[in-house]
Write a protein that binds this ligand. Structure first.
Ligand SMILES: NC(=O)C1=CN([C@@H]2O[C@H](COP(=O)(O)OP(=O)(O)OC[C@H]3O[C@@H](n4cnc5c(N)ncnc54)[C@H](O)[C@@H]3O)[C@@H](O)[C@H]2O)[C@@H](O)CC1
Ligand SMILES: Nc1ncnc2c1ncn2[C@@H]1O[C@H](COP(=O)(O)OP(=O)(O)O)[C@@H](O)[C@H]1O
Ligand SMILES: [Mg+2]
Length: 293
């Protein structure tokens, strides 16, 4: 049960500001649950303040999932972000300790502008998942080195499943070793940390600017997690850990570890076939102290 890295224990003088302010951006009409799961996962892994920025047509739905969540309604069209959503969001970016985006947001023009804006800014760490990654592949933004991170830039963490990674790299989902190699090349070229999801999940990245790209193989998790929304939960976990001050490499490794551990505990308490992402996110709250010394 060895953790790849630990969080410090909480002190008596700590307050919510100590544990970071994070923002989860995504969702659409029909996929309001995805970004809600990400946001609740951030609350359940220790973030002090969590907001969800969603198309305003789903604001009440998302707010109704958890009373501790703050919600920001962004301009919407046909149930998803409209092209001016980024203009409403961009002023809030620098107020956050970390931002996660992608779950449930579709790849329409509003999402394209949000992903572009978040990649261009370099102050706030970001996690990109699901449709944020699909936007990047469809726009061909990985072809050049424009997105490359320098040593003073905030972390970028990608969390693709094999289908998304195939769209990003061209390596088919069936070629696991090839996908890990392609993720390593991407990480080396652009300085990102890349979570290659699967059984087991691998994290590819580097701990500091002068260390080589490494691969961490996660030891937790199981096939009960092969159910809708479990990846959305991971997006929120890693965003939460970045917001608590971990670097991309540490947030991704500890994130996949606690996420898989919650999956193991939930599967044994519920059942392998019957466990859902809701059980997973509830279990995270019960075991979150396992991340601390
Ligand atoms: N409750 C919700 O609102 C949910 C919304 N979701 C959203 O639904 C949208 C579509 O995402 P999906 O991931 O379902 O669709 P995708 O089309 O990205 O992924 C599904 C395909 O990817 C491949 N794939 C996925 N995992 C694989 C694996 N382990 N091995 C091999 N191939 C694999 C398969 O070809 C599969 O058909 C996203 O916006 C996503 O965030 C999902 O996250 C599920 C839950
Ligand atoms: N067989 C498995 N073994 C271990 N973990 C798994 C397995 N199947 C799925 N998972 C985990 O569940 C999550 C699924 O993510 P993803 O495909 O993005 O789901 P969704 O988009 O539906 O939320 C990943 O973190 C993955 O590692
Ligand atoms: Mg996913």
């Amino acid at each position: 049960m060895s953790r790849p890295v630990t969080l410090p224990p909480r002190n008596a003088s700590d307050h919510k500001g100590t544990f970071g302010r994070v923002l989860l951006v995504g969702g659409s009409r029909g996929m309001a649950g995805s970004i809600s799961l990400s946001s609740i996962a951030a609350l359940h892994t220790g973030s002090g303040l969590v907001s969800s920025a969603v198309p305003d047509v789903v604001l009440e739905t998302v707010a109704g999932f958890h009373a501790a969540l703050m919600t920001i309604g962004l301009p919407a069209e046909d149930g998803r972000f409209s092209s001016d959503a980024w203009e409403s969001l961009c002023g809030r970016v620098s107020t956050q300790n970390a931002i996660g985006t992608g779950p449930g947001m579709t790849t329409e023009s509003g999402s394209v502008a949000i992903v572009e804006g978040l990649l261009k800014q370099r102050q706030t760490p970001v996690v990109l998942d699901a449709d944020a990654l699909n936007v990047i592949s469809s726009q061909g933004w990985l072809d050049g080195d424009e997105l490359a991170r320098g040593k003073d830039d905030a972390a970028v963490v990608f969390t693709p499943h094999p289908g998304e990674l195939s769209r990003l790299t061209g390596v088919p989902a069936s070629d696991v070793d090839g996908q890990v190699r392609a993720a390593g090349e991407l990480s080396k070229r652009l300085g990102f940390t890349i979570v290659v999801k699967g059984g087991p999940t691998r994290v590819v990245g580097r701990g500091s600017d002068d260390s080589p790209v490494q691969t961490y193989v996660n030891t937790t998790g199981n096939p009960a997690m092969a159910t809708a929304g479990c990846g959305d939960v991971l997006t929120g976990v890693i965003t939460s850990l970045l917001g608590q001050g971990l670097c991309g490499w540490d947030a991704a490794r500890l994130g996949v570890w606690i996420h898989g551990r919650a999956g193991d505990v939930a599967a044994s308490r519920i059942s392998s076939a019957g466990m859902t992402a809701v059980h997973l996110v509830e279990t995270l709250a019960l075991i979150a102290d396992e991340m601390s010394e």
